[in-house]
Design a protein around this ligand. Structure first.
Ligand SMILES: [Zn+2]
Length: 162
């Protein structure tokens, strides 16, 4: 994915991911991030991806056939991007799935990505449901069921950094 931000460079992004990961994923979600360049107006261009340490723990994405992977799941992407936009509401984040030009764009467009078909025409499966979050063990009893996309926070919850 690509991040463009005047406030967040690769080092800062790794810090943001670490804090969000520790808070919600017991540290399982990690980031690869590198500074690509800085534009004349001071915008940092950062290439990054989200991964997990353990494919068996919360935040790990599964393949449509149920195989474990070290990719990060939809919820992990949601929670990390939430933090990115909390630090910089004007950030741009682009991925294969979508482009978010600022926090409002993210809030409006991210929920729908849950329903992307990651399976086949014959056996459709929601991209957002392919993970370990819903079946995670005793350390996260509060997440005993899958988290629906609509529980993105209300906009007021983002107020602190504005
Ligand atoms: Zn998940």
């Amino acid at each position: 994915m690509e991040l463009r931000s005047k406030r967040i460079d690769a080092t800062e992004l790794r810090g943001i991911v670490r804090i969000a990961s520790d808070a919600t994923y017991a540290g399982n979600v990690i980031a690869n991030a590198e500074d690509v360049r800085t534009l004349k107006d001071g915008t940092h261009v950062v290439r990054f991806s989200l991964r997990v340490r353990s494919s068996r723990e919360k935040g790990a994405h599964k393949s449509p056939r149920g195989r474990r992977t070290v990719s990060a799941c939809w919820h992990a992407h949601r929670d990390i991007m939430r933090e990115i936009f909390r630090h910089d509401p004007d950030a741009f984040v682009g991925s294969m799935m979508a482009r978010y030009e600022g926090e409002l764009s993210f809030l409006a467009r991210f929920p729908a990505t849950y329903y992307r078909n990651a399976g086949s025409m014959a056996r459709p499966i929601h991209y957002g449901a392919l993970c370990e979050c819903g079946t995670y063990g005793p350390r996260h009893p509060e997440r005993s069921t899958d988290v629906e996309p609509n529980d993105l926070p209300q906009r007021s919850e983002f107020g602190a950094c504005r």
